[in-house]
Design a protein around this ligand. Structure first.
Ligand code: NAD
Ligand code: UDP
Length: 323
């Protein structure tokens, strides 16, 4: 059985990737500091508690488990926080990845699948956004992820590694079998906040901006089921080798949904009222971000299977209301 080191495997997307890896016959080894992740989410394979900025610890873990590849999810990932505390983002994301790359080289691990983001595109000039769109991030989070993509490209050229950057749009939903789901403290993502407002009417969700140049005035995003994103990682891993150099793929459905549409669907799925209030725009939010996922479909054979909005919200609702 081949082993894959999963940094951030105790987090939301990383834990779903561990489940997908196990189902595909790999042994995932989670390396996670638990700064935002959950120990209970590590259910498939061993857990190593550590910080990716600790090269010695990472190298020891790589030597002990001898993984064939690394899936690199560990990061700080809040746009707003990155604007007020950029140092955290350059330290955790950029310096952390440098440390990971150093340990990987030391231990001869040459295949890396990296969690990138649509935030590397900034305010896109065209929607849907293809991979060839200019990457002009508008916040430190996006810049840190773009720097990592550039580091990966330099490592590929100089050291012959095989790296794949998956630029996700909005990951959402939960494991349909109810074993894992999204749990962040504090929660900042729209769908869990919308669903929480149903259960706790005293904490309404705030709609950030109703004056965007979109059909209903609220922001449009490309919500993709977390299990579809996890499946893309397995496909990327299976096709990632030194000969392919650096590759980058958008992971999205190609369809955008507004904040109001999320609220309407949540009310339909739950049969209950969402409690919402209106607030100003959130800094750093582009009006619309929708992927052109053609390349992932063509080159990875990836097809979203659970990313209809009602299924995304249905699995998230089942998770949040689990007994
Ligand atoms: P998450 O916070 O749930 O998971 C991140 C995990 O990394 C956590 O378990 C955390 O404890 C761990 N971690 C953070 N810093 C670490 C460090 N220095 N050493 C070891 N472990 C560390 O976030 P998520 O939503 O699952 O996101 C996973 C990845 O996907 C991130 O890289 C994020 O930038 C990227 N991404 C997420 C989305 C999304 O919609 N959630 C969209 C685009 C990209
Ligand atoms: N959003 C909102 N209220 C919230 C959280 C998010 O209106 O409490 C909006 C946000 O402006 C964005 C969309 O919902 O347009 C998705 O935001 P989220 O934080 O879930 O993901 P992001 O796009 O920042 O990765």
């Amino acid at each position: 059985m081949q082993t894959v080191l999963v940094t951030g495997g105790a987090g939301y997307i990383g834990s779903h990737a561990c489940k997908a890896l196990a189902a595909a016959g790999y042994r995932p080894v989670t390396f996670d500091s638990l700064v935002t992740g959950n120990r209970w989410a590590v259910r498939w394979g061993p857990f190593e508690h550590g910080d990716i900025r600790d090269v010695g610890h990472l190298a020891g873990v790589l030597q002990a488990y001898k993984p064939v590849a690394i899936m690199h999810f560990a990061a700080s990932a809040y746009v707003g926080e990155s604007a007020v505390d950029p140092e955290k983002y350059y330290s955790n994301n950029v310096a952390g990845t440098l440390s990971l790359l150093r340990a990987a080289r030391q231990c001869g691990v040459g295949r890396i699948v990296f969690s990138s983001t649509c935030a590397t595109y900034g305010e896109p000039q065209q929607v849907p956004v293809p991979e060839t769109a200019a990457q002009v991030p508008i916040n430190p989070y996006g810049r840190s992820k773009l720097m990592i993509e550039q580091m990966l490209q330099d490592y590929v050229r100089a050291y012959g590694m095989g790296t794949t950057a998956l630029r996700y749009f909005n990951a959402a939903g939960a494991d349909p079998e109810g074993e894992i789901g999204e749990e962040h403290a504090p929660e900042t993502h729209l769908i869990p906040l919308v669903l929480q407002s149903i259960l706790q009417p005293e904490k309404p969700v705030t709609i950030f901006g109703i004056d965007y140049p979109t059909p209903d005035g609220t922001c449009v995003r490309d919500y993709t089921h977390v299990t579809d994103i996890a499946a893309a990682h397995v496909l990327a891993l299976q096709t990632c080798n030194g000969g392919l150099g650096f590759r980058a793929f958008n992971l999205g459905t190609g369809a955008g949904h507004s904040v109001r549409q999320i609220i309407e669907t949540a009310e339909r799925v739950s049969g209950k009222k969402v409690h919402a209030s209106f607030g100003p725009r959130r800094a750093g939010d582009p009006a619309a971000l929708v992927a052109d996922p053609t390349m992932a479909r063509r080159e990875l054979g990836w097809q979203p299977r659970r990313s209809e909005l009602h299924e995304i919200i249905g699995t998230a609702w089942a998770w949040i209301t689990r007994p």
